[in-house]
Ligand binder design. Structure first.
Ligand SMILES: Cc1cc2nc3c(=O)[nH]c(=O)nc-3n(C[C@H](O)[C@H](O)[C@H](O)COP(=O)(O)OP(=O)(O)OC[C@H]3O[C@@H](n4cnc5c(N)ncnc54)[C@H](O)[C@@H]3O)c2cc1C
Length: 416
């Protein structure tokens, strides 16, 4: 089969790239090549089915990696321009939890996918599903893409095949491996926007506990980053949006420690004064009741056992002044040694990818002319809260536009 522009990957960035390529070169035959039976499976799962598609607080601190995400975002149309004016999707700020997150007013991710598909139909873009690209090469006047039993020839190629995260959505890093073999510089890959694993021993008794507070990633005593929010303790990992935003640090720092402040409303001294007071009031009760009213039962018992090493049955009156000082210090710095990041299956994004050294500002490859990249396959990852989808849309638009413009230029040159 022949097509003018092939877009490998029918996810967020690929769908936008195809739309923009066709808009900027209407005469071109544009085809999306997707290995799953349908395009956009991951879009449906985003934001717990609500699609946190962007954020009002876009800034460079929210992105990590060699590719300058904000440059790309700032040079592409904003949400209102692309979604509302272009696709008819009204975007509103989400009411619960995630600060500044933008969602479709329908609160449903399927409406975003439906609107993208309507545009694709309207523009006459082909969707070729069930085609798993397992290799490709540059040929005279374009590229040849191969699956195990088929091939497609195109004049320009956009690669939007995502990274490794969310393996059930078709993303297993296969295209990144192909590109590595072709000589592309790929920055070290690690799961991001994901829970962090902690030894089961350190979490004993905390499974299912949730605490509001702040959590810091600490390396050799230096705080690398602090995030606020709900901290969720599980059997062998700690999760919650605040932890998701620290996960990318695991790639570059060995022996990372998570330090949780689960009493953010009080300073250490205020907490100590309060605990002295409680010791007086509850002196005849067992230690397991000491922190009742501050934390849920499991957390209270955990702290008494793990911080003081005392039996929860012993009397509150047995606490020394020093015990209380230690408690108030440790409640504000509960430490957990990170042993790993979660599996790719449970990660929402990929840290690492095609290095900035391999592309120009049009997102065209510096190794193969006529080949463009967009989305998560590039070496940039955003925080949780709409930042990754925003990068996918913006980079898709950028790659699609530049690819369409360049093909239009080729037509013009041919007919001159
Ligand atoms: C559960 C979950 C929830 C998320 N929620 C949010 C959220 O609310 N907000 C946010 O900003 N981000 C969220 N993300 C992250 C966000 O979805 C991704 O960063 C974004 O979708 C990346 O878009 P992409 O187009 O680069 O890649 P993808 O959306 O991953 O699409 C890549 C496509 O390429 C196809 N493909 C891969 N290899 C091949 C091949 N060899 N041949 C043919 N096709 C191939 C895949 O099947 C896939 O359809 C979430 C991620 C997950 C997993």
């Amino acid at each position: 089969m022949n097509t003018d522009i092939a877009v490998v990957g029918g996810g967020a960035s690929g769908l936008c790239a195809a739309i923009e390529a066709k808009k900027f070169c209407p005469a071109a035959d544009v085809s999306i090549i997707e290995k799953l039976p349908k395009c956009g499976k991951k879009i449906i799962a985003t934001g717990n089915g609500k699609c946190n598609l962007s954020n009002v607080n876009l800034s460079s601190e929210k992105y990590h990696g060699s590719v300058n995400a904000m440059n790309i975002i700032n040079n592409a149309p904003d949400c209102y321009e692309f979604f509302t004016k272009n696709l008819g999707i009204l975007c509103v700020e989400g009411s619960e939890g995630r600060q500044g997150g933008l969602y479709p007013s329908s609160n449903s991710s399927s409406t975003v996918l439906n609107a993208l598909r309507l545009k694709i139909q309207e523009l006459g873009i082909n969707e070729i599903c069930g085609f798993d690209v397992n290799s490709f090469r540059q040929i005279k006047n374009g590229f040849a893409l191969y699956s195990s039993n088929d091939q497609i020839f195109c004049r320009k190629l956009i690669i939007a095949a995502g990274g490794y995260a969310g393996t059930s959505f078709g993303t297993d890093g296969s295209v990144l491996r192909i590109l590595k073999d072709m000589g592309y510089k790929i920055s070290r890959i690690s799961p991001a926007v994901a829970p962090l694993r902690v030894s089961q021993n350190q979490l004993k008794g905390l499974k299912g506990v949730r605490a509001k507070g702040s959590i810091s990633a600490v390396h050799k005593g230096r705080i690398l980053r602090t995030e606020k929010g709900e901290i969720q303790f599980n059997e062998n990992n700690i999760s919650g949006v605040c932890v998701f935003n620290l996960a990318y640090l695991f790639r570059d720092y060995e022996n990372l420690v998570l330090s949780a402040d689960i009493m953010p409303h009080m300073t250490e001294n205020e907490l100590a004064d309060y605990l002295f007071c409680i010791r007086r009031i509850r002196r005849n009760y067992p230690l397991e009741e000491f922190l009742t009213g501050l934390f849920v039962k499991n957390m209270s018992v955990y702290i008494v056992k793990n911080v003081l090493g005392k039996s929860p049955e012993s009397k509150i009156s047995s606490l020394s002044d020093n015990d209380i000082k230690i408690l108030s210090y440790r409640i504000k710095e509960l430490e957990f040694n990170v042993t790993g990041c979660s599996s790719w299956q449970n990660a929402q994004a990929t840290y690492g990818g095609i290095h900035a050294d391999c592309i120009n500002s049009k997102l065209e490859s510096l190794l193969h002319k006529g080949l463009y990249f967009c989305g998560e396959i590039l070496d940039t990852v955003g925080d949780c809260g709409g930042y990754n989808l925003q990068f996918a849309w913006s980079s898709g638009i950028t790659a699609g536009r530049n690819c369409g413009i360049s093909l239009k230029g080729d037509y013009y040159d041919k007919n001159k």
